[in-house]
Design a protein around this ligand. Sequence first.
Ligand code: GCO
Length: 449
Amino acid sequence: MGFRKDFVWGGASASYQVEGAVNEDGRGPSIWDMFCKEPGRVLNGSTGDVACDHYHRYAEDVEIMKQLGYRGYRFSIAWPRIIPDGDGKVNEKGLDFYDRLLDTIIKAGITPYATLFHWDYPYALFHKGGWMNPDSPRWFADYASVVAKRLGDRLKHFITLNEPQCFIGLSYANTDHAPGIRFPIWDTLLMAHNVLLGHGRAVQALRSIVKDADIGYAPTGSAHYPVSASPADREAARKAYFDVPEAAFWSVSLWSDPVFLGKYPEELYARYGQYMPKIGADDMKIINEPLDFLGQNIYNGAPVKADGKGGYEFAPRKTGYEFTAAKWPVTPEALYWGPAFLWERYKKPIYITENGLSSADVVSLDGKVHDPGRIDFLQRYLRCLRKAAEDGADIRGYFHWCVTDNFEWAKGYTDRFGMVYCDFETQQRIIKDSGWWYKDVIRANGENL
Ligand code: GCO
């Protein structure tokens, strides 16, 4: 048993977090460029202006991935590089970059997985109302078409959107992420609907252009797990996982039921039904356009138990529970129960499109970066993932977040998630101990975990 023979072991990145070169070759501004300029928004006033300089150093980065035996690289394409105003005129130089990147990845024997949107929304579209604008689904689909036409001869694996939970929730319900403006629930639900329509229309566009496309989606959500093996706790955890909490945008079902089941969850109507936008006659059919896989970003979850009344409640974490440098709880169970519940509900092949941790990594006196905590964390999580596969979930791949340390959004450069250390002053890369360890895991296809 164990992992499938063709399991895709890889790493992930996102354009604004690694590329830098924000003013080069005709790239237009994104909402993140503007957000970073606003004092007080990003820790230490950091920006993604340079980040890991991946735009110029991509060949070195891909070489590292090759050295570590990666089978897949998940990167994202910056919409404002391709269409600087978000809609309309195409910037060939932007496409040229991804053309070079793709060729380099493929030449290294690595399979490319491209995310079309990982949060760097064109600023010009924000001026037109962004996801609130009824044209916003078409803008996204048009951009997807441009990418597919130019790169679809070599690029076959597409992920439409990364974590709508965050680019709507953290951006318009909370204000931690760009553009950082709080909107009322009825407006954020309208945006969510347009986001989902944009996803569906992009899938249609990709299918019409790339006949052998393999298309997925990468939402996230806290992967809750039962405190015990009892059927009641298990049922409680399932309920919690697919519920729509008061902070609705963290919900898994709000974003995945429409896409995979063609309807919004009842829990959403029960909580916020009076605020739902008008739904057009064909909308749910468009949103439910068949996908090939479900990508899910999973970092942690919370323990859940039955409340004795047919519902659920969160169980307290143990005193002194383990947490990462970002203060996120360490819960390997999330990588068992998350995929198990997702498989049960949606019956789609699953890729873990992100998982990992930030740790306080330093370059030691010996010039190396020793990160035993990351190795221990990943070993625990991957064992759970393997068990989920052995128990029947169809799990196709795992992308570690992330390849190199990078710009961690509002936290600037203070969280290091990479398997490769990045010195942001010199741009020197150092493969951490966990990188070498991951190489062995890949070689053994996880049998040594
Ligand atoms: C995410 C993001 C990443 C983050 C990572 C760590 O999808 O949340 O895709 O960009 O850097 O999750 O917070």
